[in-house]
Design a protein around this ligand. Structure first.
Ligand code: C2E
Ligand code: CA
Ligand code: CA
Length: 694
């Protein structure tokens, strides 16, 4: 080490004699240093190592240190420290460094070395080093340094704001990497000032129960003066001073607005009905489970109400989907108004709503809001400059019997709802156990049919209609069959209720039309002369008002001529709800060439005079007349009357030659019945036609 090269001017001006003297003095002092019972060393004023205490030398410090070597301080002073060290010595300022060494065993030690000048008569003649083994301490200092770095990094990465609030002086310090939060995390007196009024009570309650020194996590909205919404998560802890008194409150804040919005969006998607904003079926089921648990564990009484808008489909079809949506939203509003805010009002789908009422004392608690709802429903609904009223059918069930299974509540409320509809809608009925059996069977059947539809278990059988004048097959009636995986082929008698259910009858109608048209197309392609196929239509299918278009679209899609199709409509359909709609639909179909048959004639209340307004091509005399010899006169009269009105007459249920002969005599044109053929699967038709001699 070339100390001379260093800019320590005043010392370099000392003359060579003085230097030599100083060096000699240092050497003499060195003898003394060697005997010091602690770690020490002596450098001369040129920073050449003169002596190392035995104590320090034993601990390995001498390793690599060449005593008396002019080349330098033997590694005790880093070259870059030399100038500073001498300047400090000159000024009498202490100088210290950490010095790592390896001992004889290769273990690293860290020494804290302190340098002090040895002065005689104002002249520095040596530099004394004392050292302390601080290995353990130094490591912890280094670790703390690293941890601090890590902490800073964590704060930055996580965009955390640290706030220290000195509880004695009221001073507030901030650090961390979210400076924009600072403004809203400042307060005058009470740390809760920063919490939005909506959340303040909740946080205050939590703070009140916090123990000293215990960390607490809160999520709350910030009380921002600019009205923007910022959610923060805060971890707070009070630190206690040496006197055992609270000293400071340290909080870590993180802006969680984005995360909260995302969670909210996800929750909304998962648990809210988008149209009405009400809880959806999933949330309803969750709340229902909660109610069940509360009733099982606490014996709480709860109520369940099912609500179904009457003729919702008609409103949708006649006034449009917008009106339907408006109605559903209005109804949602009415429901929220009629029930308590802690009742769960949910939309289960379509026009179905449900309410769960918890903590009831008895039936009256449930009937009161139902009455309120019915009052609200009487108010007209305005939409698009029009005003209309809607009604709803309501089924309710109450659970308070600890022996009963609360899980049956949904079924019970459904049964009550079904009863309300059956009794003419626009009313509410509370479930009673006696209602169960018959209705239950029906509901079960509808559920089974729904599943069977999904599994494509429905198909059509074809029964021949024979023209007895020309002695040939005039066509076939398509009759629905359920090919049940366990019970075999079932006739409609087993699933009649499905034809009466609005939704299912539409689906079955769809299946029937598609199947019949596909079949006709196939027969046409194969050159099988099947005449006409008659398809039965239920009243629900007319409701959309689009049936004529739908049928024509389908015929076009399958490229089947209108003249190949007959539709069979019962007189009850003509006479029932929305007869103008029916009349309009059949007229359009008739004009397009589709044949219209009046089915089951004689069983309803219509007279032919009533039916005059409808374009009817065929009258089908119900099999009960054909098969009952006493009704001979009626059959005769119907045939004559039909002929006079230009209608051909088909007799159903002809089972034997005797019945056939009688009908022939009365002038009946066509017959259908087991005598000629039972309903058969489509692939039996070609064979039947061949056998008939066609
Ligand atoms: P429907 O329209 O009056 O059909 C005639 C019924 O009489 C058929 O019963 C047929 O199998 C039965 N039948 C035919 N010849 C004879 C006979 O000589 N003796 C006896 N005892 N019965 C005979 P099926 O197939 O059980 O259908 C019952 C009812 O179900 C049908 O009465 C019709 O109202 C309804 N239906 C069947 N398929 C459909 C469909 O696709 N859509 C609709 N909406 N209703 C359908
Ligand atoms: Ca029929
Ligand atoms: Ca019939």
């Amino acid at each position: 080490m070339k100390i001379e090269a260093l800019a320590v001017q005043p010392t370099l001006e000392a003359d060579t004699a003085t230097r030599a003297l100083a060096r000699a003095r240092a050497r003499a002092f060195g003898e003394f240093v060697r005997e010091i019972p602690f770690a020490a060393a002596l450098l001369d004023r040129d920073l050449t190592l003169v002596a190392v205490s035995r104590e320090w030398a034993d601990q390995g410090i001498a390793a690599g240190v060449a005593i008396g070597d002019d080349a330098g301080a033997g590694g005790l002073v880093a070259p870059e420290d030399a100038g500073v060290l001498l300047a400090c010595a000159e000024e009498g300022v202490p100088f210290s460094r950490y010095l790592p060494t390896l001992d004889a065993l290769g273990v690293q030690h860290i020494w804290r070395t302190e340098f002090s000048a040895c002065v005689d008569a104002g002249e520095i003649y040596a530099v004394m080093i004392t050292a302390r083994d601080v290995t353990g301490y130094a490591e912890s200092v280094l670790r703390a340094e690293r941890d601090k770095q890590r902490l800073t990094m964590a704060l930055e990465l996580d965009e955390l704001l640290v706030r220290e609030y000195d509880l004695r002086t009221g001073e507030i310090y901030f650090s961390g990497a979210a400076p924009e939060l600072q403004r809203f995390c400042l307060f005058d007196k009470d740390p809760l000032e920063i919490v939005h009024p909506d959340d303040r009570q909740r946080c205050a309650d939590a703070v009140a129960t916090r123990k000293l020194g215990e960390a607490r996590v809160f999520e709350f909205k910030l009380n921002r003066d600019d009205g923007l919404e910022t959610w923060v998560r805060s971890v707070g802890k009070v630190f206690v001073g040496a006197d055992g008194k609270p000293e400071k409150l340290v909080n870590l804040f993180k802006d969680i607005t984005d995360r909260r919005r995302q969670t909210e969006a996800i929750e909304t998607l998962a648990f809210k009905d988008p149209l009405t904003g009400l809880p959806n079926r999933a949330l309803f089921q969750h709340r229902f489970q909660e109610a069940v648990t509360a009733s099982e564990t606490l014996g709480e009484i709860f109520g369940l109400i099912m609500i179904d808008v009457d003729h919702f489909k008609d409103i949708n079809d006649s006034l449009g989907h917008d009106a339907g949506d408006a109605l559903l939203k209005r109804l949602a509003g009415m429901l929220e108004h009629a029930f308590r805010s802690n009742d769960t009002v949910a939309r289960l789908g379509g026009d179905e709503f449900a309410v769960i009422l918890r903590g009831l004392h008895g039936e009256a608690d449930m009937l009161r809001p139902i009455g309120k709802l019915q009052d609200l429903l009487r108010q007209p609904i305005e939409h698009g400059g029009r005003s209309f009223t809607a009604s709803a059918s309501i089924g309710a069930a109450l659970h308070g019997d600890p022996d009963a299974d609360p899980a049956h509540m949904i079924k019970n409320a459904d049964i009550a709802l079904y009863r309300a509809k059956e009794a003419g809608r626009n009313r509410s009925i509370v479930f009673e156990p006696s209602m169960r059996s018959e209705v239950e069977r029906r509901l079960e059947l509808l559920r089974d049919v729904r599943m069977a539809l999904a599994d494509n278990e429905f198909t059509l059988f074809y029964q021949p209609v024979v023209d007895i004048r020309e002695n040939k097959v005039a066509g076939f009636e398509a009759l629905m069959r359920w090919v049940h995986p366990e019970q075999g082929v079932l006739t409609p008698a087993r699933f009649m209720a499905a034809f009466e259910d609005q939704d299912l009858s539409l689906k079955l109608g769809d299946v029937a039309f598609e199947a019949a048209l596909r079949q006709m197309r196939e027969w046409l392609d194969q050159g099988i002369e099947f005449g006409r196929v008659a398809v039965n239509i239920s009243s629900a299918q007319f409701r959309s008002g689009r049936l004529a278009e739908e049928i024509q679209e389908r015929l076009a899609r399958w490229n089947v001529p209108c003249q190949r199709l007959t539709i069979e409509v019962t007189e009850n359909v003509y006479m029932g709800w929305g007869s103008d709609l029916v009349s309009d639909t059949v007229r359009r179909l008739h004009e397009a060439g589709v044949m219209i048959a009046l089915d089951d004639f004689g069983t309803g209340y219509a007279s032919l005079a009533n039916l005059r307004q409808f374009p009817i091509d065929r009258l089908k005399i119900d099999k009960s007349f054909v098969q009952n010899a006493e009704d001979e006169a009626i059959v005769k009269a119907v045939i004559t009357l039909g002929a006079s009105m230009g209608m051909k007459v088909v007799a159903e249920g002809v089972e034997d030659a005797e019945q056939l002969a009688a009908l022939d005599r009365y002038g009946c044109d066509q017959v259908q019945g087991y005598h000629f053929g039972r309903p058969m699967p489509a692939d039996a038709v070609a064979g039947f036609l061949k056998g008939f001699g066609g």
